[in-house]
Design a protein. Structure first.
Length: 110
């Protein structure tokens, strides 16, 4: 991980595969996602919020992403211990696009 995330590695924002470097998805000059990408993010968020009306909206989210072995699955236990909370105080959602076999139909246009 250290090597992959170091300068010139494939997991940096400067990598040619990074969203920040993809002019089709990100306006590099303005430093923000393009309208289609922003619309997709808003649609994903809206669908999630509609599907979970019981979830409180006055809290913050923690999003974990990374390759296998990066610690995404072990981080929640450390967070619960550090905050002295209980698992039921948190909503856990795991999205694995690879398991779908492809991007969902509603997102494929982006």
């Amino acid at each position: 991980m250290e090597r992959l995330g170091s300068d010139g590695g494939p997991l940096t924002a400067q990598s040619k595969t990074a969203t920040f470097q993809n002019p089709g998805r990100f306006n590099v000059r303005r430093g923000e996602p393009r309208q289609d990408r922003r619309r997709l993010h808003n649609e994903i968020l809206a669908r999630f919020m509609e599907s979970r009306p019981e979830v409180r909206r006055d809290k913050k989210a923690i999003v974990l992403a990374g390759p296998p072995g990066a610690g995404k699955s072990t981080a929640p236990a450390a967070l619960i211990q550090a905050t002295r909370t209980q698992p039921e105080h948190w909503l856990w959602t795991m999205l694995r696009i690879r398991r779908w076999g492809s991007v969902p139909a509603w997102a494929s246009r982006f």
